[in-house]
Write a protein that binds this ligand. Structure first.
Ligand code: ZN
Length: 347
């Protein structure tokens, strides 16, 4: 398999799980297996996710998040200092109330969380692999903190823990480590004060490429309702992009297609690699290759061709499996159109 050096494609993170493993088309879906059967089931699902990405033209491969229930909670469940029995209701991303676990003591990571899964993924493919972790700010925003009583302090603690995990993921052969920080679109003052700094702490000393994924949130009604209040132009990236442009993070993953984000905001991260969302994950309509190509072509006004990574707007877990694979095919076909145009322009 030759990996495209030009416009390498990838998904942001999750793929739908097979119906024998978990209830399809829902977030937080409970597992349908237990014990050893569940371990085996997750690995089988991961193998399928890799095969589907390869067959449908993804150049950078991920685990499709087949072994986790939720992009934030599953990581936190493996840490000490957080009590999942003691729950409090808090406002998440200033948007919706949820019953969340409580930080009751110093947080720490006694053992690796995803490292064995990452080693398993590494054995499945020679293609570059990408692994997603939650970002520090998004993690603290899903908890009630009775111990540190400071969002910033807790974020620094999580950054240290994430750095330990990231270093072991790198040693397991992960090429790109991605941090999901949808909270960066909400808490602009904190992003400036300590959000980007804690993210950089999480990536400290890594040789693997680092990415931050910032989206507007998907899969739950509260996110859809919030987006309806944001008006015709979504300019939230305007706050975080100049800070990220100055940061040590290599890649910025953003949503774009069918989103109200003005394309010219990408100029604010000039010099960084851009993982551009050219696939709408909130609609089951499959994009045409031309639609994908149009989005990528427009983005090339603001990002150099060697820095553009075509991707999806966010994870695809809530979609039917057939739709998710067809969307990957559309993404690959759209990227092919632009690769040909770039080659023709060079000739
Ligand atoms: Zn997302």
């Amino acid at each position: 398999m030759i990996v495209n050096a030009v416009l390498p494609t990838s998904i942001v993170g999750s793929l739908p799980k097979p119906s024998w493993l978990a209830e399809p088309e829902t977030l937080w879906s409970p597992w349908k297996m237990q014990g050893a059967a569940l371990v085996e089931g997750k690995q089988d699902a991961l193998r399928i996710a890799v095969q589907e990405q390869r067959q449908h033209g993804m150049d950078i491969v991920s685990d499709g998040e087949q072994s986790r229930q939720h992009f934030v909670t599953t990581f936190i469940e493996h840490l000490t200092g957080v009590d999942f029995e003691q729950r409090e209701t808090v406002r998440i991303r200033n948007r919706y109330d949820a019953s969340v676990p409580t930080v009751v003591g110093a947080v720490s990571r006694e053992r690796p969380v995803f490292v064995e899964d990452a080693k398993f993924l590494r054995r499945q493919t020679d293609q570059p692999i990408k692994w997603a972790l939650p970002g520090p700010m998004t993690m603290i925003d899903t908890l009630y903190d009775r111990h540190y009583k400071s969002r910033e302090k807790l974020a620094w603690e999580f950054a240290k823990i994430l750095n330990q995990e990231a270093k072991e993921l790198e040693a397991a052969g992960v090429d790109i480590i991605q941090f999901d920080e949808p909270a960066f679109n909400v808490f602009h003052d904190e992003v400036q004060d300590w959000g980007v700094a804690t993210l950089e702490r999480a990536t400290e000393g890594l040789r693997a490429e680092t990415a931050v994924h910032i989206c507007y949130g998907y899969g739950i009604k509260a996110n859809t309702d919030w987006k309806a209040t944001l008006g015709p132009e979504w300019r939230q990236y305007e706050k975080s992009f100049p800070l990220l442009q100055q940061s040590t993070i290599d890649i910025v993953s953003l949503e774009c297609h069918h989103s109200r984000v003005p394309m010219d905001l990408i100029e604010l991260i000039r010099g960084k690699k851009v993982m551009l969302g050219a696939i709408d994950v909130a609609s089951e309509t499959i994009e045409t290759p031309q639609e994908v190509a149009d989005t990528l072509r427009k983005a090339l006004t603001f990002v150099d061709p060697d820095k553009l990574l075509p991707s999806t707007n966010c994870g695809m877990a809530p979609l039917p499996r057939k739709v998710a694979v067809e969307k990957m095919s559309a993404l690959a076909a759209g990227a092919d159109i632009i690769r040909e145009e770039l080659a023709a322009a060079r000739a």
